[in-house]
Design a binder for this molecule. Structure first.
Ligand code: GDP
Ligand code: MG
Length: 303
């Protein structure tokens, strides 16, 4: 990864590092031998940083095995071993091939306030800068302010937007946007959606309808559904993801606000329990603060 981007990732993970890595360092510094007490202390630190019970148990089990196999005796050697274990867990099963050259319709979903619209703005700018033709669809029609917010991002990124009025049918916005994407030979159409409706069933029904329209109108474009989760909510983000997964196929996750939380360890938990790749992480509010997720860099920046 480029130096500047890695520095940004490191800075973004400062709070998590302060709570997780500093505690691990302290514990290891005081340890004389690698024994059950040490493992228990490490386990406690991992759970405290929102890695979740199941994932913590798995990390510790793998760590024990590695330490046995590599005949590690020195507590100072535990940290690199743990970094290797975390990296290995983040990389596992991550052999998906994303054909970046293919024209795409991206559907961005998630509950209110997690950072959907902001992430879409950042993605629009990033793809535009890479030379792609980008179009946005304002399918969060629940509030006028939501449409306005996406308009601001489209202007900032210098890309077109398809919008209808407040309260209009989001599926109709998406329909028009897909037609426009085809007519204008757009490389990437990104559809914003509402995260709050009158109730959960309403929201899921609406997403199902939008999905049907995209699937029907897609043509030879590729569909990618990204679920946005707020990193500051820790283990609740995992629960939220499970709820969305029940009604919507999800291809990847955007995990936002890692800069504002000590709960960055939740990335490992999401990967380990949901089996959905984390595609992007948000490490700030600026336009270039959305990074493509890289397991190796993440483990490196974290530990
Ligand atoms: P939406 O309701 O899901 O569309 O959420 P918004 O995109 O409107 O974002 C809600 C708030 O989260 C805004 O104030 C954003 O600036 C903020 N936000 C989004 N992503 C990040 C991030 O990665 N880091 C930080 N610090 N704030 C973020
Ligand atoms: Mg929004």
């Amino acid at each position: 990864m480029l130096g500047g981007l890695f520095d940004k990732l490191k800075t973004g993970l400062t709070k998590t590092r302060d709570s997780l890595t500093d505690k691990i360092n302290e514990t290891l510094k005081l340890a004389i031998t690698i024994d059950d007490d040490l493992y228990e202390e490490l386990e406690e630190i991992l759970i405290m940083s929102d890695i979740g019970m199941d994932t913590t148990v798995e990390i510790i089990e793998r760590l024990k095995k590695k330490i046995r196999q590599e005949k590690i005796n020195d507590p100072q050697e535990v940290k690199p071993a743990m970094k290797a274990v975390i990296e290995e867990m983040l990389l596992e099963g991550d052999d998906r091939e994303v054909d970046e050259s293919k024209k795409k319709v991206m559907l961005v979903i998630g509950v209110n306030g997690v950072g959907k619209t902001t992430s879409i703005g950042k993605l629009a700018a990033k793809n535009k800068a890479e030379g792609k033709k980008v179009l946005l669809a304002a399918a969060d029609t629940f509030r006028a302010a939501a449409i306005d917010q996406l308009v601001v991002w489209s202007e900032r990124a210098g890309v077109d937007i398809v919008k209808h009025g407040e309260g209009s049918d989001p599926a109709a916005v998406v329909f028009d946007a897909v037609q426009a994407a085809k007519a204008r030979d757009v490389d990437l159409l990104i559809c914003d959606t509402a995260g709050r409706l009158h109730n959960k069933k309403n929201l899921m029904d609406e997403l199902a309808k939008i999905n049907r329209i995209i699937d029907r109108e897609l043509g030879d474009r590729e569909k990618e559904t990204l679920l946005v989760l707020d990193g500051t909510t820790g283990q609740n983000a995992v629960i939220q993801a499970k709820q969305f997964m029940e009604s919507c196929p999800i291809d990847g996750i955007i995990l936002t606000k890692l800069d504002g939380t000590a709960k960055g360890g939740v990335v490992i938990s999401i990967k380990n329990t949901l089996n959905i790749p984390v595609r992007y992480i948000g490490v700030g509010e600026g336009v270039d603060d959305l990074q493509e997720f890289n397991a190796k860099d993440f483990a490196e920046a974290l530990l």
